[in-house]
Design a binder for this molecule. Structure first.
Ligand code: NZQ
Ligand code: ZN
Length: 389
């Protein structure tokens, strides 16, 4: 096990009707005038926006709206939010939505107190030292941004989708997690969220670091819980208990606890971010295609951890690591298939993928070679993309 620091200072407020505490929690994080960041309309339609607004008003918190943040959020809305927030002298942000809304709020929070271009942080030219506080009302368990220090934004100039990782600077101060808010999710978004949270666990699990049994078992336990609960939420979207288990698993998947003491991989996310940037696909649905392809490649290059996952999570019993790794891929694909997730690029709606461009952008954004578990050269990356056909 490697040395590590684990500091995850988000206050999680979990359960029914917890959005009623949005005002008190916003005051608790020290804010009186905030930017309320929203997606394309689900929070307005469900009445959630009205409830949150009432909770803010009851505590005397003023708010301005930044609405219409789209999935795979782009830098133009961040610049707009920074201008608005500076003009109106806001002292914090509240994101009501999923990863796209939260990540936009985080980027605005980092950009407002910074003298230069906020993109400097994403381009690796500066480090976030100061940011406005961000609170969250989560409406989709998926990206895990409610408990992570990360923010993923796409630069429209060149369509570069980049994930900025911070230890704690961009972790939300609080996250309201009410599983009942997820009842209205379309089945495809529920399923994509499940694939994404499993990917967050597996990116950490496929590590070159040895002897991390405790962290391995946390990861395996989370995966087993998700595999158990996922069919229940697909069959009965208003099953509160199953939604609750999935929601908490989604947060635990990405708040760092499943990565303690080891190097993490994140190759599949890098490969998927290029698909989202170029073809606008839903992130979690993209991962359902990418991860099994990457694992198939690993079956013939570095099978041992893939096989361990298959034996411990899917109950496989074979002795040969490469063969078990391939069976693990079959088990994962069968599970994703049952959730109605796409398994190939064409099922994802990408008929003629430009593999040369995807490969070039992946290495431009991530470096060469890339992949702590198994370093990919461009020829390998292209091979993994071809396994998605
Ligand atoms: O925009 P609205 O109308 O709210 O609709 C959204 C959106 O269309 C809808 N939705 C959300 N909650 C709903 C709902 N519809 C009905 N009822 C509800 N309760 O779901 C759609 C997807 O929303 P989005 O925020 O894009 O989903 P998600 O949470 O999956 O976020 C995806 C983004 O997060 C990034 C992804 O790359 C992608 O850009 N990620 C961020 C991470 C982080 N910051 O730590 C890590 C992840 O790996 C990921 O890369
Ligand atoms: Zn993800």
């Amino acid at each position: 096990m490697d040395n590590f620091n684990y500091y995850a200072p988000t206050k999680y407020v979990f359960g029914r009707d917890t959005e009623a505490q949005a005002g008190q929690l916003t005051r608790w994080m020290g804010c009186r005038k905030i930017l309320l960041v929203l997606g394309g309309g689900s929070a307005r339609c469900s009445g959630l926006l009205d409830r949150v607004a009432a909770a803010l008003q009851a505590e005397g918190v003023e708010y301005l709206l930044l609405e219409g943040i789209k999935p795979n959020p782009t830098d133009d809305r961040v610049y707009e939010g920074i201008d608005l927030g500076r003009r109106e002298k806001i002292d914090g942000l509240l994101a009501v939505g999923g990863g796209s809304v939260i990540d936009t709020a985080k980027a605005i929070a980092a950009g407002i107190p910074y003298d230069g271009d906020f993109w400097d942080f994403w381009a690796g030219k500066a480090v976030v030292e100061k940011a406005l506080p961000v609170g969250v009302v989560l409406t989709i368990p998926a990206a895990g941004s409610e408990g992570s220090g990360n923010s993923v934004i796409t630069r429209l100039d060149g369509m570069h989708k980049i994930s900025l990782r911070t230890d704690s600077a961009l972790r939300p101060k609080f996250a309201i997690l009410n599983p009942a808010l997820t009842f209205t999710l379309p089945a495809a978004q529920t399923a994509a969220g499940i694939a994404d949270m499993m990917a967050h666990i597996m990116e950490r699990y496929f590590s070159p670091t040895q002897e991390v049994e405790t962290t391995d078992r946390i990861a395996e336990g989370l995966l087993m819980a998700i595999i158990e609960e996922a069919p229940k939420v697909m069959a009965d979207p208003e099953n509160y208990q199953a939604r609750a288990n999935i929601m908490w698993a989604g947060t635990m998947a990405h708040n760092g606890v499943a990565g303690c003491g080891r190097r993490e991989d994140w190759t599949s996310h890098g490969l998927e971010h290029e698909l989202s940037a170029l073809y606008g696909v839903t992130h979690g649905a993209g991962l359902a295609v990418v991860f099994p392809a990457w694992m198939t490649f690993m079956a013939s290059h570095r099978p041992e951890k893939v096989a361990q996952l298959g034996r411990r999570v899917f109950g496989l019993t074979g002795k040969d690591d490469s063969a078990v790794a391939l069976q693990t891929v079959d088990s994962l694909r069968a599970f994703f298939g049952k959730l109605g997730l796409p398994l190939t690029l064409s099922q994802l709606g990408i008929e003629n993928p430009d593999i040369a461009l995807l490969t070039a952008k992946f290495h431009e954004d991530k470096g060469t070679p890339f992949g702590p578990y198994f370093p990919l050269q461009p020829v390998d990356t292209a091979a993994v993309y071809r396994l998605m056909l």
